[in-house]
Write a new protein. Structure first.
Ligand code: PMP
Ligand code: GLN
Length: 382
């Protein structure tokens, strides 16, 4: 007989991304649910991985990440955000952004520590806090522009507040933080021991000429931040599961204590390849225009449907509301659209701990134009 255990995450089921992707596969539906591109990544980059493997880069690399890659990432942080980042003490390469977030939370949280989380939230955040004994303090972003209610943030700070989690550009809403938001954040945390977890995996997927408000721009904020990135998003290879975290030397020292006994070191040939490919600046500087064009293409197509656009300014998602023509629960509608219409999306309530349903679906537009056309055609007749 299998011995019983008491679940550490009793209210958690299977992530919505797996649920909807599996349903999409079963139903042969066009998948605009889970976020991943359906167009190919750079062949130059895959060739560099191939070459690295053939050249013998097949053993463990440094536990903090390939030194050359960290050096190049520090240079990039300097060029893009004016940050003085020491690759020796402030950058750690991780197996993806999700792992970097989990590791940061594990590094700092003690039972009862409070973490301010804005909802809708990327679905790993709250379980990651809870499994580390933390208490998520949930604050709803203000519908429909999904801005942060700073007065409420101030009101919810307590002596137990350990961290504030931010995500810009934001998944699932596509909202982005402004300089005014940064000023609010700064005034709240200064002279406190509050840390920041800044999820910036979509740093290069930002539209409408808006500048990304990275914590790396602000030395006083970086000092108290874990800033998390994902190569999967930047180089169209979500399946590589490779990312990195930047922090202050003091915080990073502790982060590495956790990392070294969980992962130790990440995929070597891919780090070798990226360390070289990173000199191709167009590969990331061209992303805003490349994805904005897809967003606009998709938005235009969606005008033929009864859905109402909630404009996205970043990430590869755009949300659409439907409460004006149906009161069906968003999860039911997402399942029905997959089964009856052949298009998979993500119901927004999945990003709320208590399943708040504003009648909104999230669509991933990081797809070939033909995929987007095919998907929206499926909605005709709705
Ligand atoms: N944060 C957000 C907001 C994301 O959308 C993703 C993408 N899954 C991640 C973190 C994690 O990225 P990775 O696949 O590198 O773990
Ligand atoms: N970040 C992607 C999304 O939000 C998928 C991540 C995942 O499947 N875990 O859809």
């Amino acid at each position: 007989m299998t011995p019983m255990i008491t679940s550490k995450l009793p209210t958690v089921g299977t992530t919505i991304f797996t649920v909807m992707s599996q349903l999409a596969t079963e139903q042969g539906a066009v998948n605009l649910g889970q976020g991943f591109p359906d167009f190919p990544m750079s062949e130059a980059l895959t060739s560099l991985v191939d070459a690295a493997m053939k050249n013998g880069w097949n053993q463990y690399t440094h536990m903090n990440g390939l030194p050359l890659l960290r050096q190049r990432l520090a240079e990039k942080a300097g060029e893009l955000y004016g940050a003085a980042v020491d690759p020796e003490t402030q950058i750690t390469v991780t197996p993806g952004g999700t792992y970097a977030i989990y590791t940061a939370l594990t590094t700092v949280l003690r039972p009862g520590d409070e973490v301010i989380v804005f909802e809708p939230a990327y679905d790993s955040y709250i379980p990651n806090i809870e499994i580390n004994g933390g208490v998520p303090v949930l604050i709803s972003l203000q519908y429909p522009d999904y801005s942060i209610p700073w007065a409420e943030v101030r009101a919810r700070i307590t002596p137990r507040t350990r961290m504030i989690m931010i995500n810009t550009p934001h998944n699932p809403t596509g909202s982005v933080l402004s300089e005014a938001d940064i000023a609010e954040l700064r005034s709240i945390v200064q002279d406190t021991g509050i840390l920041i977890l800044s999820d910036e995996v979509y740093e290069h997927l930002i539209f409408d000429g808006i500048a990304h408000q990275s914590m790396l721009r602000y030395p006083d904020l970086l000092e108290r931040s874990f800033v998390c990135y994902s190569f999967g998003k930047t180089y169209h290879c979500t399946g590589w599961k490779l990312g990195y975290c930047i922090s202050s030397p003091t915080l990073m020292k502790e982060f590495r204590k956790v990392h070294q006994f969980n992962c130790f070191s990440c995929d070597t040939p891919k780090q070798v390849a990226i360390a070289e490919y990173i000199s191709n600046k167009e590969a990331y500087l061209g992303l805003p225009a490349f994805l904005q064009q897809k967003r606009d293409f998709f938005r235009e197509l969606m005008k033929a449907t009864p859905f109402r656009c909630i404009p996205s300014h970043g990430s590869y998602f755009e949300c659409y509301s439907y409460g004006h023509f149906s009161d069906e629960a968003d999860k039911d509608l997402a399942i029905r659209l997959t089964k009856e219409y052949g298009i998979a999306t993500i119901p927004m309530s999945a990003f709320y701990k208590h399943g708040e349903d504003n009648k909104v679906l999230r669509f991933c537009f990081a797809k070939k134009e033909e995929t987007l056309k095919k998907a929206v055609e499926k909605l005709s007749g709705l």
